[in-house]
Structures are given as C-alpha cells and as structure tokens.
Design a protein around this ligand. Structure first.
Ligand code: SF4
Length: 324
C-alpha cells in the first residue's frame, strides 16, 4: 500500500523528537490514520499523547471488542504484545501493527505452555482460566480467558463442581477466589508495575486525605492486605467510569499511573492521587507518539499469530466474549 505524505515530516529521525511539538505531531498522526484507513487503539496505561490520538482508549476487553467490530483496514495497537495478538486472532484478515514489538508483559512471561500442560496433568478434571495477560501459545492451552473486569463472572459461569486453575496473576486470582468462594488453585505470577504499590504508602495517603475514595486494581501486590480497606476493587475501565459517576472529589488510584491522564481529562474538577508514582509499566512506555507516527508511515511492525495456534487460542477468548 503506497502512501504519499504531502505534509512535511514532523520528525527528523525515527527515534528523535518532533520538531513541531506534540500538538502538530498529534494532528499529523490523525491525518495519517485517516489516509491509511487505520484505527488507533490505546490501552488505559499508554502515554497521554498516544491516548489523545486514539480512536478508542480502554482496557483489554474493550479494545478486543472494538478490534472485532471495526471495519478499518489497519489496526494500530498501542498496548502490549499479548493484546495485539488478541486483535490479530479476532481479525485474521486485517493488518495489525504495534509501534514497538518490544512492548511485552512481565506478567505474561511468567507462564509458558509446558507449565500449563504439567499443571493440568496434576488436576485432570480442572478448568484452566487464563487472564488475558498471556501469550497466544498459553491461551491455546486454556479453557477460559478473562480480564480483570469479567474474571469473577467467567469463574461463576464454570460448573460449581469443577476445580479451577487460575493463571498467571496470583493477586487477581486471590481476589476472584475471595469473591466466588470457589476451589481455585493459583499460579504465583505478578505484575512488577503493580508490585511497587505498597500498603504503607496507601495508609499514609488515606490519613492525609480522609475524604478520598480509594480505588484498587486487582493486580496490586498489596491486594491481599488492603482488600477490606479499598472502597472499590475495579478494572481500569471500571475505575474510569466509577470516578465519573462518584460524588467524591478526591481519589487514591492504585494501578499503573497512565490511567490518570484519562481520569484528569474527563474530570477536570476532581483530584486524582496515584497510590505510587513509581507504578509505571516500562513495557507500555516503550510506545511513544513518535513511534506511532513511524508505524503509520512505514506500516511497522506487523504482529502475526500462526493460524493453527490462533484457532486453539480463540476458543477461551470467544468463551469469555460470550459470557461478558
Ligand atoms: S502493567 Fe504489568 S500486567 Fe500490564 S502490561 Fe505492564 S507488566 Fe504486564
């Protein structure tokens, strides 16, 4: 597909800085997206400048649904690799691009297919539920997929008598186990970005801001200690809609700090305090607005999934989409 850029490039080199600032670059990116018939999808944890140019900003589930429904020819996925893989599997005929193929996920890397097969052999009657933060190869070994917004619903859908093997996030699994009271075995994976959110810091913030609502993502490493104290335990999308509706003026947000951009933009009269300034995912931050620009110019970097693998990995994803 040939693309003629009839406007001067705002970037002089691929990893360099724009010469006309973010505003000009954002405008150029939007124009390129229209010319390419591309949609830009951005996860809630992406840099604010990327969220500003996206057609859809959301959590993994919303982005997967948007990716399935779009009639655009190109999906430029600004998130991490497992999310782009899901978009490929839901849209095998479309070109799915990522601005940086190095945007992986430490949590997803904490389990590989062989480990699922070994665990399943120890629990032959169990149902394996995987968090969406897993590779396509891992999903292909599982029975159900879930996101943080529908994990409880997915587990409740599984027949009561089944024991459940939950991978890879220990804290999300613990939350689901507490909510559903089901017989759930937990894999001991965790997200390093959420692991830096410490109970002591949350206690201090709550003392300083007694009227603030405390919202927590179920991936947080301190979840088991703070579960009873959180006003709400929510997925990223759940948090975004909650703060819009809530009469509270101040919120303590325990998740990756990228989400604060959207909250502040949509609620300029409210105050949002990160539970930790350090809760930043360096995989998500590999994507930049400059790389988004180059991705549209050069149609880089395509994400592919072997069709036979995709067929198997789609089974737990489609089951999840049917339930949620
Ligand atoms: S925030 Fe954690 S779970 Fe999400 S992509 Fe980054 S490493 Fe993975």
């Amino acid at each position: 597909m040939a693309l003629i850029i009839d406007h001067p490039s705002p970037i002089t080199q691929e990893n360099g800085q724009g010469t006309n600032g973010h505003a000009g670059l954002k405008e150029t990116v939007r124009q390129l997206a229209r010319e390419r018939k591309a949609v830009i999808l951005a996860h809630n944890y992406q840099d604010g400048a990327i969220q500003d140019v996206a057609d859809c900003v959301g959590d993994s589930l919303n982005l997967a649904k948007y990716a399935r429904a779009t009639d655009a020819e190109i999906i430029l996925f600004c998130g991490v690799h497992f999310m782009a893989e899901a978009a490929v599997m839901l849209n095998p005929a479309k070109l799915v691009l990522m601005p940086d193929l190095g945007a992986g996920c430490a949590l997803a890397d904490m389990i590989v297919p062989q480990q699922i097969r070994q665990w399943r052999a120890q629990h032959p009657d169990g149902a394996v539920v995987c968090y969406i933060n897993t590779s396509a190869a891992v999903k292909a070994e599982c029975d159900y997929c879930c996101t943080s917004s529908n994990a409880v619903k997915v587990v409740e859908h599984i027949p009561q008598e089944k024991e459940i093997l939950f991978v890879p996030d220990y804290y999300l699994g613990s939350y689901v186990k507490a909510k559903t009271k089901r017989n759930i075995h937990l894999w001991k994976g965790y997200c390093p970005a959420h692991a830096v959110i410490l109970p002591e810091r949350i206690d201090a913030l709550r003392d300083e801001h007694p009227d603030a609502e405390f919202l927590m993502h179920p991936e947080c490493g301190c979840l088991t200690k703070q579960m009873d104290l959180a006003d709400q335990i929510l997925s990223t999308e759940g948090m975004v809609s909650h703060v819009r509706r809530s009469p509270a003026q101040t919120f303590i947000i325990a998740t990756e700090t990228g989400i604060l951009h959207r909250m502040r933009q949509q609620n300029p009269d409210k105050t949002f305090l990160p539970a930790s300034e350090h809760a930043s995912c360096h995989y998500m931050q590999r994507n930049t607005l400059e790389k988004v620009f180059w991705s549209l110019v050069k149609l880089q970097y395509p994400v592919t999934v072997d069709p036979a693998l995709a067929q198997r990995a789609l089974v737990p994803i489609e089951r999840m989409l049917a339930i949620s």
